[in-house]
Design a protein around this ligand. Structure first.
Ligand SMILES: [Ca+2]
Ligand SMILES: [Ca+2]
Ligand SMILES: [Ca+2]
Ligand SMILES: [Ca+2]
Length: 487
């Protein structure tokens, strides 16, 4: 593998979003009407809508044509996965005569490139001046179909893929064949979920200290119940002794490692990593000699010829205060976990419980432990040749357990390179890079849409073509412009 290092810097603007609406009270709001291959500018009326203004198109309708549709403007497009999954697409329609036809292309079409989900309205629009109101849920229960009205029902994964990058929304404006036909539309609303505010960290003090020292964290959006927050010092959590919305007191745990601290609000399922690192200290430090290390010991891994170890991580997965060992093995592809029995002293293989295997589905590559769903427990992330894999942690102290592996497909063969909150919503996203820069679409982001108890990701969306990045071997993230965002 080449070792050219690539650095990416990009900024996403985060603003509070209301619902995306077109009420047509002042103008056509960017909507157009496609009549076969001809784009019509809609007629805007200031009254007669449902209520107030609306838009209409008058043309010679032909239900056998596949493209006589209202076309949504750009504000309805792009990544809508985080705020609009499981929400509703609503709109009002009317027509100039009582047409009841539609065709296999469906009455509502949401596209992501060449992938399309369609829906046939069971009741066609009312005759003007009346209006029919529709509300279609953007989930796997609504009855969306893939490709055409005769296609299979769309799965949740397929709907997630569409909403991760919407390229078109089309609403049919023809339900009859007529020499002069008018279609009216009003009140198009793409509902947007209101996101819980995620914690912020303004400061913490002291910035270094020994285990047992009480750290005070100042910020916002903490839960006021101590046990409804979690604070990680690297891979191990401290004990929270008091909490308010703006301050947490936490005892530095044995096993704290140098690096950012992470505050998790388990009620909202959101988290924040500190910009500055915490530096744990210990007595008699400051000098490293061979005698500083305890004797080496070996732990046997799988003996299948060709088995490779692709990742090695320590993290306290069961929350008992002792770091456990995780490795990824390639043959068979697994994440292997050795729980620390907590005996301390001189470590040996007997210091760890027999390994448990989390089955994967390809060559394990990359290994991270982060709380992906915001429930306070560190989950496991790995990758294989065509997807990243997650294992939701359900362990309790002394007892490791995980939900079955979930696979989140990548658009291209790649390696997970970092886990970072790209969009600043308090949920850790996955970023990765293709390791052969000769193909287009080199860098991808999968947005985290999890809630406590359920890990879920949007589809991996590629950014920056292969011509920009060549044979990268990974990406990392950091705040290079000092705006407080780690991307
Ligand atoms: Ca209106
Ligand atoms: Ca442990
Ligand atoms: Ca978790
Ligand atoms: Ca995020």
């Amino acid at each position: 593998m080449k070792t050219l290092f690539s650095t990416l810097l990009f900024t996403l603007c985060i603003t509070a979003q209301a619902q995306i609406t077109s009420t047509f009270d002042s103008d056509a709001d960017g909507w157009t009407f496609l009549n076969s291959t001809v784009t019509l500018n809609p007629n805007h009326s200031t009254s007669g809508g449902n209520p107030a203004g609306f838009i209409s198109a008058t043309y010679s309708s032909n239900i056998s044509l596949s493209t006589q549709n209202w076309i949504a403007p750009a504000k309805f497009l792009g990544s809508q996965i985080l705020r609009s999954m499981d929400m509703n697409l609503r709109f009002d329609l009317q027509q100039s005569q009582a047409g009841t036809s539609s065709n296999v292309n469906g009455d509502v079409r949401i596209e992501s490139g060449s992938t399309i989900i369609v829906y046939s309205l069971p009741t066609k629009p009312a005759v003007a001046p009346l209006w029919s109101s529709y509300s279609l849920k953007l989930d796997e229960t609504q009855g969306w179909r893939v490709g055409s009205t005769t296609g299979p029902f769309a799965t949740r994964t397929q709907i997630i893929a569409i909403l991760s990058n919407i390229t078109a929304i089309e609403i049919r404006g023809t339900y009859a064949s007529n020499a002069a036909y008018t279609s009216g539309i009003d009140n198009v609303i793409l509902e947007q979920r209101t996101l819980s505010p995620s914690p912020t960290i303004a400061s913490f003090a002291p910035t270094s200290g020994e285990p047992g020292t009480v750290l005070t964290i100042t910020g916002t959006n903490f839960d006021t119940t101590p046990t409804s927050n979690e604070v990680y010092f690297g891979s191990i959590a401290g004990t929270i002794t008091s909490a308010s919305a703006t301050q947490l007191s936490v005892t530095i745990p044995i096993g704290a490692s140098h690096g950012p601290i992470t505050v998790i609000n388990k009620t909202t399922g959101t988290s924040k990593r500190s910009e500055k690192p915490f530096n744990p200290t210990f007595t008699e430090g400051g000098r490293i000699i061979p005698a500083s290390f305890k004797p080496r010991f070996d732990i046997l891994l799988g003996t299948t010829p060709g088995n490779d170890l692709n990742g090695l991580v320590t993290a306290d997965l069961d929350g008992d205060g002792w770091n456990d060992l995780l490795v990824t093995e390639s043959l068979p592809a697994t994440v292997s976990i050795f729980r620390n029995l907590g005996s301390g002293g001189n470590l040996s293989a007997a210091s760890f419980a027999p390994k448990i295997l989390l089955a994967s589905s390809g060559a394990g590559n990359g290994l991270f432990t982060f709380d992906l769903d915001g429930d306070g427990k560190l989950d496991v992330v790995s990758t294989n040749a065509s997807s990243f894999t997650t294992y939701r942690n359900t362990s309790t102290p002394g007892n490791l357990s995980f939900e079955p592996v979930e696979l989140w497909p990548n658009p291209i063969v790649g390696i997970t390179s970092d886990v970072v909150d790209v969009d600043g919503d308090g949920r850790l996203d996955l970023i990765g890079q293709h390791y052969n820069g000769s193909v287009a679409g080199d860098f991808w982001i999968a947005l985290n849409i999890s809630s406590p108890g359920n890990i879920e990701f949007g589809a991996s969306i590629t950014y920056f073509g292969g011509s920009l990045l060549d044979a990268g071997s990974g990406v990392t993230s950091g705040d290079l412009d000092n705006d407080g965002s780690q991307t």
